[in-house]
Design a protein around this ligand. Structure first.
Ligand code: ZN
Ligand code: ZN
Length: 295
């Protein structure tokens, strides 16, 4: 192993996060008003992580082919063009109005240093997501989340591959109830997107121990993608693995074989219909019951 490469793949995750914080912490006000900026920043980082897969591959079996690339790309477009927009209209805006109507204020949060504000936003989003994700592995909500676990290889964009209901649900957060500058919230979202891309990437990283203590790595997340339903019940955190350490669900290790059941890769229509499988099975087994009674 070339030592320069080793240094690059040791530092690239923490340095990327530091640069994201620096960018949002120093971005001029006129730029922060551009709502497309967070989308562009997220896509640029994701593209960078995707490119790293060709520089230091983790597993040949996870190599991106055209079919995987097009499927992943479909979900990236779906997320940024549809799901995040629906989230704003159906959840974020109504929550902001409710906060205003109820007179909820957290003015103290506006006086914190920028890095603390971004860390607070990151923790609020991630802690909520941790519990929702854990609930998905322990309730009927599994039907919405299972398609994400049926992926048979990890790649940078795979964090966004899943059933649309799940993608909508995991984006929910209570952040709208807090008074925080938009730059801090965007910074947290950008960091979460970057860590999630790193944690799904087919890249051999050598993360510093302190980094892997706080942030989700591909080692920890690959273990969450282990074959077998019970084996997936660990390392739930999307970006802040600290949540698993605090809640007792952290497991050390990694997995190079990922997927569910017989590791059969699902097609996009199968991923979309997956939550309705119990209903479809019920209708198929009882076709007469749902027919209207005549005469
Ligand atoms: Zn999961
Ligand atoms: Zn995943």
């Amino acid at each position: 192993m070339n030592s320069v490469k080793k240094v690059v793949f040791t530092l690239i995750q923490p340095v990327t996060i530091a640069l994201i914080v620096l960018f949002w912490g120093t971005a001029p006000a006129y730029l922060l008003e551009k709502t497309w900026l967070i989308t562009v920043a997220s896509i640029v980082i994701m593209a960078m992580v995707q490119a790293l897969e060709f520089a230091n591959e983790r597993h040949a079996a996870w190599r991106l082919d055209l079919r995987e690339f097009l499927t992943d790309l479909f979900y990236v477009v779906l997320f940024f063009a549809v799901i995040s927009k629906l989230e704003t209209v159906l959840v974020e805006d109504p929550l902001a109005s409710a906060k205003h109507a109820l007179g909820i204020t957290t003015a103290w949060a506006m006086h914190l240093p920028f890095v603390v504000q971004a860390a607070l936003a990151l923790f609020l989003i991630e802690f909520g997501q941790y519990w929702l994700h854990r609930l998905m592995h322990n309730s009927f909500l599994w039907w919405t989340h299972a398609p994400h676990h049926h992926i048979t290889q990890l790649n940078a964009m795979k964090g966004l591959v899943g059933n649309p209901i799940e993608l909508f649900l995991v984006s929910l957060s209570v952040i709208a109830f807090f008074d925080l500058p938009l730059s801090a919230v965007f910074c947290a979202l950008n960091v979460i997107g970057a860590v999630s891309a790193f944690a799904h990437a087919n890249v051999r990283f050598y993360p510093p121990r302190w980094y892997a203590y706080f942030f989700t790595t591909v080692e920890a997340h690959s273990l969450h993608h282990s074959v077998g339903f019970i084996e997936t019940r660990c390392n739930y955190a999307n970006a802040l693995i600290l949540c698993d350490r605090l809640c007792g669900t952290f497991r050390q290790g990694e997995s190079d074989v990922v997927g569910q059941d017989e590791r059969k890769r699902l097609l996009i229509p199968q991923q979309f219909l997956f939550p309705f499988r119990p209903l479809i099975a019920m209708i198929k087994s009882n076709p007469g019951k749902s027919a209207p009674v005549s005469g």
